[in-house]
Design a protein around this ligand. Structure first.
Ligand code: SAH
Ligand code: DHB
Ligand code: MG
Length: 232
């Protein structure tokens, strides 16, 4: 893939952030604490956080499922779009990440609507499906990329018609469009993109997201719950 004009794109991103993402002490401290606890800096960008927040608001979302919490940065953006009686369930395999997230969510004042569940996302999702949990209005997938297709399959079982399904890191600087990506994360995201593009239950698109490199957010709406792979 061709290099993009990184300085220009970064300048534009900074200008958008300056206009639409006012400085916020809770978000700033969230990232400082995540860094101090040696969490990787792989949270969504501020502009992408704002986009997630707006998507939740636009859809009148009351129930959110997030897969991959890290320090709770994207969690906070999403939770702040919820009404007071809304609910966000976020899944995190690493107890150290979950501990940082819980502290951050409390400081952000959203801990009342957020439940952090610690464990492997596939197992936690399976448990929710077995308990016949009420469907979610919005699902944000952002954990281990090689299992994105699995998270989509399980997430659909926790959806209703109209549920919005989002996934982070679906462009990986264009590596997802190579025939055989070397990087397992790009391979996972590529398989996910093919799945959402071809699944008749979904209507989808990818939105490029600019950081140091180009990555992306997928956006899907559930338009049917008839599983094409299920036996008749
Ligand atoms: N959504 C966060 C970033 C998440 S990074 C934000 O933008 O702020 C991905 C997270 O997924 C990491 O914290 C990692 O520990 C977690 N993760 C990886 N594999 C997982 C699994 N199998 N189940 C649950 N969480 C997992
Ligand atoms: C990376 C970025 C992410 O947003 C993520 O969820 C996982 C990994 C990365 O750039 O390596
Ligand atoms: Mg991500």
């Amino acid at each position: 893939m061709e290099p993009i004009d990184a300085p220009l794109v970064q300048r534009i991103e900074a200008c958008i952030e300056q206009l639409f993402v006012p400085p916020d002490e809770a978000f700033a401290q969230n990232l400082v604490d995540a860094d101090a606890a040696h969490l990787p800096s792989i949270n969504v960008t501020p502009n992408q956080g704002k986009l997630l927040h707006l998507l939740a608001k636009i859809t009148g979302t009351r129930r959110i499922l997030e897969i991959g919490t890290l320090g709770g940065y994207s969690t906070t953006w999403l939770a702040r779009a919820l009404p007071r009686d809304g609910k966000l369930v976020t899944l995190e395999i690493n107890p150290d990440h979950a501990a940082v997230a819980r502290k951050n969510l409390e400081r952000s004042g959203v801990h009342g609507v957020v439940e952090v569940q610690v464990g492997d996302a596939s197992e936690l999702l399976q448990r929710m499906i077995e308990r016949r949990l009420q469907p979610f209005d919005l699902i944000f997938i952002d954990a281990d990329k090689p299992r994105y297709v699995d998270y989509l399959r399980l997430g659909l079982k926790l959806s209703r018609i109209g549920t919005v399904i989002l996934a982070d890191n679906v462009i990986r600087h264009g590596r997802v469009f190579e025939d055989h990506p070397e990087d397992p994360n790009a391979r996972g995201a590529k398989a996910f993109n093919l799945a959402i593009a071809s699944d008749p239950r979904l209507d989808s698109i990818l939105i490029p997201v600019f950081r140091e490199k180009v990555d992306g957010l997928s956006l899907s709406v559930v338009q049917s719950l008839n599983d094409p792979s299920a036996p008749m």
